[in-house]
Write a protein that binds this ligand. Sequence first.
Ligand code: SAM
Length: 395
Amino acid sequence: MLILAPSDPILDALRTFSFDGAVTEEIERDGLRYFVNAFWTSAQRRAHSLHEVSYRACFKPQLPEFFIARLTAPGETVYDPFSGRGTTALQAALMGRRPAANDIFPLGALLCRPRLGPPTISAIAARLASLDLTGEAPAPDDPLLTFYHPDTLRQIVALRRHLLSREPDATDDWLRMVALNRLTGHSPGFFSVYTLPPNQAASVTAQRRINAQRSQKPPARDVKTLIFRKSKSLLTDGGPPPHPPALLTTGPAEATPGLADASVALIVTSPPFLDVVDYAGDNWLRGWFAGIDPDVPRAQHRTTSAWEAFVRACFTEFARVVRPGGFVAFEVGEVRGGKVLLERNVAAAMAGLPFDLLGVMVNRQSFTKTANCWGVGNNAGGTNTNRIVLARRRG
Ligand SMILES: C[S@@+](CC[C@H](N)C(=O)[O-])C[C@H]1O[C@@H](n2cnc3c(N)ncnc32)[C@H](O)[C@@H]1O
């Protein structure tokens, strides 16, 4: 695989980067050039409050911020083809860039859009006050009573009905986004009884087990109060500054006709890593609330060769939408206990496409020893380092 000439502005920026005095280690391994440092940590700067919604396998806002700041100018388009909660798009808007985001699951746009142009807290309060969430009592055998007190469930169902009954305006869009984030969780800030963290949803059967083990019954919660509280906290830092209008699409990253040729300056993204996360299972309850089918066929690849073919299809599409000289920052995790280093598959998938592979950045967390970056240590169980393949579209 291609290793670029050592002097390049972005690579020089990586080499000279220092946050806490640590210098960047530059390593060549199996034909790839790696840059290892603590490029972003939560200690550097708290992210904007609007980012605080949960999503499975989301990345920290500091990750897209790092690339947006160094590789784009205000007004340029920053795109995430696997947008999840929309971390890249929101960060782009916060930095005055044009946000573009796509996810195969419609939940992505529902979580992202309202935060790009939030309503005021007084508009939210007024809308909540105007809603009648009395609703009808749920049937005693409603399986959702495994999660919710009957009074809470009647409010949730009434809110859902309201949101599905008409084309949502910006305030309804916001209420739905916040409600989607309050549906389930493990504290009294959520509508449900104690359950899995908010970015996952237990099945009804699993929740029955959790309730029995903890001898718990769903407590009554006030839906409007919880939505208002979370809205206030999300809006602590205000909304994004003026930015070019967002482009949000829903569909496979491999085919995005909504994006014009050569229109994107930078992609910052994190695709599904093999079959590590079951997005359909995690999203069944949120899908129900939003009135969308959670069973969209999503990329879940069991073998690395199937995953590599999928990544190649994505990069073929990226070659169309990224302008010459534009960049792709493609984040992959360490999977299978560090035994599979997906950056190698990404490098192989790009072969023959019009991209120069600049290198692989490894964001070392303070607890990660360098040896562990190669799956050598005891880093088992999960995706412990951010590994970002950085590529530039050839001119
Ligand atoms: C690792 S998550 C991205 C998380 C995101 N970086 C964030 O901060 O929220 C991967 C996302 O890819 C989506 N996805 C899976 N297969 C896809 C495909 N073929 N095209 C587009 N999106 C897909 C999933 O729905 C999921 O939201």
